[in-house]
Ligand binder design. Structure first.
Ligand code: PAP
Length: 327
């Protein structure tokens, strides 16, 4: 008898259905060796994984099958730019009248389970948080150009968070090595650096992904909020206040007097969330703890050489010139 659960069977069937649907297209795409999976495929100018839930297949299925609503809120990042933190903050802000702090879902459930991803929503069968909630809250790693078009046409609100590419590289390097099978063996920092600078990362090139959302946010600031991990770290309270205003959930005077915003900041802190996610997993070999390593700014200095840092800073300065992005 199979040891797999019903949901795993459902997911496997859905993924194989998508594989049949898209394989004739996928085999024509450029490919490169991946970080965590065998291959990355280039589609619409970006690299997508060949397997796992965030893959070229679920990206294409999300574009074909996902149905946005005008009132939806979308969170977007590249991997390792603060996804888990952003999901928890927005979930806590939007649902602050629904849950009490002592039995808040964030203290027992990984933020990735609380805010569904549009790439995986088309695969999962289990009812998600989004069902029966208005506004629906979704997350995506998709680049701006690859979003299902009605998200932008409807003028849905989007919150994008990016992070200093040097720290993204190092965070991704650790994450990938945690997830790589023993047969593949760990990758070296040099390998990771080479891939990253060439733009070969899941959902990369890093710089193109950021530029797509940055330009869209400059054109439409009332609909697309652009945040950086570093700024969120250095001034969490002001950022959370702005985030609540942008989402249409401003803190009231009465809430301010009760310190509700400060409670949300504390609930979503690295310390609280990492303690709540010490055990358990998201299924498919992904431990909850893999999303909590250090949560600091500037850890890259401990892994990258001064030459590597200089090269990455030079690329970033050139690519982001005139876009008013600083870390
Ligand atoms: P994902 O895109 O794969 O979901 P994501 O959450 O963006 O991953 O990245 C994890 C990073 O966010 C880790 O960074 P590090 O490797 O440099 O330490 C993780 O520690 C950090 N992180 C997770 N939760 C928080 C938090 N509540 N506050 C600050 N940083 C956090």
């Amino acid at each position: 008898m199979s040891s797999k659960t019903f949901d795993e069977d459902h997911i496997a069937n859905k993924l194989s259905l998508f594989f049949d649907r898209y394989k004739s297209k996928i085999i024509t795409f450029p490919k490169e060796k991946g970080w965590m999976t065998d291959e990355l495929y280039m589609y619409q100018g970006f690299w997508f994984q060949s397997a796992r839930m965030f893959s070229i297949m679920t990206v294409m299925a999300a574009q074909d099958d996902f149905k946005p609503h005008p009132s939806d809120i979308y969170l977007a990042t590249q991997p390792k730019c603060g996804t888990t933190w952003l999901k928890s903050l927005v979930f806590a802000i939007v649902n602050r009248n629904r849950y009490q702090n002592e039995n808040h879902p964030l203290l027992s459930t990984n933020p990735h389970k609380l805010v569904p991803n549009i790439e995986t929503e088309v695969v999962e069968k289990i009812p998600t948080y989004a069902e029966g909630h208005s506004p629906r809250l979704f997350f995506t790693h998709l680049p701006c150009i690859s979003l299902p078009p009605s998200i932008l046409d409807f003028g849905c609100r989007i919150v994008y968070m990016c992070r200093d590419p040097k720290d993204v590289l190092v965070s991704l390097f650790h994450f990938a090595n945690k997830l790589r099978g023993t047969s593949t063996g760990p990758m070296t920092v040099e390998e990771a650096f080479e891939k990253f600078t060439k733009g070969i990362t899941p959902h990369g090139p890093y710089w193109e992904h950021v530029k797509g959302y940055r330009k869209a946010s400059l054109e439409n600031p009332s609909k697309i909020l652009f945040l950086t991990y570093e700024n969120m770290k250095s001034d969490t309270e002001n950022n959370v206040k702005n985030l609540a205003d942008f989402l249409g959930y401003p803190f009231t005077e009465e809430e301010n007097s009760r310190g509700v915003m400060e409670e949300i900041v504390s609930l979503c802190s690295f310390e609280k969330l990492s303690a709540a996610n010490k055990h358990g997993d998201l299924g498919r070999g992904l431990p909850n703890s893999a999303f909590f390593r250090q949560g600091n700014v500037g850890d890259s200095i401990n892994y990258l050489t001064p030459e590597m840092i200089q090269i990455l800073d030079d690329i970033t300065n050139k690519e982001f010139h005139g876009l008013d992005i600083s870390f």
